[in-house]
Design a binder for this molecule. Structure first.
Ligand code: CTP
Ligand code: MG
Length: 177
């Protein structure tokens, strides 16, 4: 692969990652009180989703992700051309954001079935749920290449570690990982 092609695919990967991460981050930052499962239990008598998935978090997350993709599109109109994604980038950003929230909700549903309390971390499921959900829904209009998917999967733990390190430095977390 030429360096040019690698940089091109890297830039595209970042443009896929942006709505996904912003949605996830804003759901966390702007989450609210009312849980989406309205405290209902599933047939196994365990919480359907748990209190970590709120209406405010989901809606604000999707809004932030979509607004971010609109801003990126206005800064870089090439994103919607055939040289970019060959699809409307704002719509792509919306689908990535909506899918990210759905993937995250499905992961919580699964975690509750296995008796894992809200916030109990499951390595890889927690990091990849929103990526897989976003990419799967966005595939309606844009199917990423294998290289883009591989880069996204590698980027994720990197960003995650960086975020945790910042949280550690700003004393919001006890350990830097
Ligand atoms: N959040 C929210 N709405 C969402 C997603 C997240 O309000 N749709 C907020 C909640 O305050 C949540 C926090 O962001 O606690 C962190 O999100 P996440 O890690 O996905 O949830 P957890 O608390 O870890 O819960 P779970 O075990 O269900 O993943
Ligand atoms: Mg979590």
């Amino acid at each position: 692969m030429s360096l040019e092609l690698f940089l091109y695919l890297g830039a595209k990967t970042l443009m896929l990652a942006a709505p996904l991460y912003i949605t996830n981050g804003c759901a966390l930052l702007f989450g609210g009180k009312t849980p989406m499962d309205l405290n209902t239990k599933f047939i196994d008598n365990k919480p359907l989703l748990g209190p970590g998935k709120t209406f405010k978090g989901s809606i604000r997350g999707i809004l932030c992700g979509t607004i971010a993709s609109a801003a990126l599109f206005f800064a870089l109109p090439i994103l919607s051309t055939p040289e970019g994604f060959g699809a409307n980038y704002i719509l792509l950003g919306f689908l990535l954001s909506l899918g990210a929230v759905i993937g995250d909700i499905l992961a919580s549903f699964l975690k509750r079935r296995f008796d894992l309390e809200r916030g109990k971390s499951v390595f890889l499921l927690d990091q990849l749920d929103f990526i897989v959900g976003g990419i799967a829904l966005a595939a309606i209009i844009y199917v990423p290449s294998i290289v883009e998917i591989a880069l996204l999967v590698v980027l994720t733990p990197t960003f995650h570690l960086l975020g945790n390190f910042i949280a550690f430095k700003t004393k919001k977390k006890q350990v830097p990982w």
